[in-house]
Design a protein around this ligand. Structure first.
Ligand code: SAM
Length: 239
């Protein structure tokens, strides 16, 4: 998969994507990341990329032209047409289902705003969708872009050492994940549940399912709202 980052600080996103699973995905050639700085397409000695907002009020706005030229160059750099995503607090909140869809695309271009954001005309003309990473305001889209890159990178086939582990993560089947334990069995903070040491795979699977259901019910009841549980799941939850 190819991801293009359009940002005044593209190195920031590239750095974030240099570690762990994301770094490995890049090393393995599963993720091809390219940074684009609209300042390189700005004119004049100062390479101006922002200006005051019409109508008055505080804050600057990212200009149409440097971004338009930057996106045109980005489109020309590879024949694959990118899906252009503007990271914005006004976008659709990102969830795992959308991450899966984005991860299946061949090419993504992530547009990071700064200041008051991007001139609306550029958004209307060039952007395919807006994505928010939560109901709070960041000073720039770079952290949000890094979140998208990380979430889609780990879903690329071959990125995770254990291919099955992503399918057991929270949200994949609409539930939160069960708790996990490792060595030592005994610790001042507690003991690893006996069932997990039993070697009884059916009992372990049942315990994990019950924990996942219970945690979801306690912590994120919204995930269960409107969901019809199977008789087996309902029985586990009622126990
Ligand atoms: N004036 C904008 C508003 O209130 O909707 C906020 C602009 S914000 C200070 C600057 C940039 O940060 C935005 O253009 C966007 O790219 C990014 N950003 C801020 N919060 C975000 C969020 N929750 N999700 C994704 N991107 C965000």
């Amino acid at each position: 998969m190819r991801i293009d980052i359009v940002s005044l600080f593209p190195e920031f996103v590239e750095q974030c994507a240099g570690f762990g699973v994301t770094g490995r995905a890049r090393e393995r050639g599963l993720l091809d990341l390219h940074g684009w700085n609209p300042r390189d397409w700005a004119e004049g000695n100062y390479r101006k990329v922002d200006d005051r907002t019409f109508g008055g009020g505080p804050g600057m706005v990212m200009l149409v032209e440097p971004l338009r030229r930057c996106l045109a160059a980005l489109r020309q750099a590879d024949p694959l047409p990118p899906r252009v995503v503007y990271l914005s607090p006004q976008g659709r909140p990102l969830d795992q289902a959308r991450v899966r869809e984005l991860a299946a695309l061949p090419r993504l271009a992530l547009l990071c705003g700064r200041y008051e954001g991007v001139d609306e005309r550029l958004v209307q003309a060039e952007v395919d969708e807006e994505i928010s990473i939560g109901d709070y305001v960041l000073s720039g889209g770079e952290l949000a872009a890094a979140v998208v890159v990380d979430a889609v990178a780990r879903l690329q086939e071959g990125a995770l050492n254990d291919a099955g582990s992503a399918s057991q993560d929270s949200f994949e089947d609409g539930l939160l994940d069960c708790p996990h334990y490792s060595h030592p069995v005994e610790h001042a903070y507690g003991t690893v549940p006996e069932v997990l040491r039993s070697g009884n795979h059916a009992a372990i699977a049942r315990w994990r399912r019950q924990q996942a259901l219970g945690r979801t019910w306690q912590r994120r009841p919204d995930l269960l709202a409107g969901r019809v549980l199977s008789k087996a799941d309902q029985a586990l939850l009622d126990e």
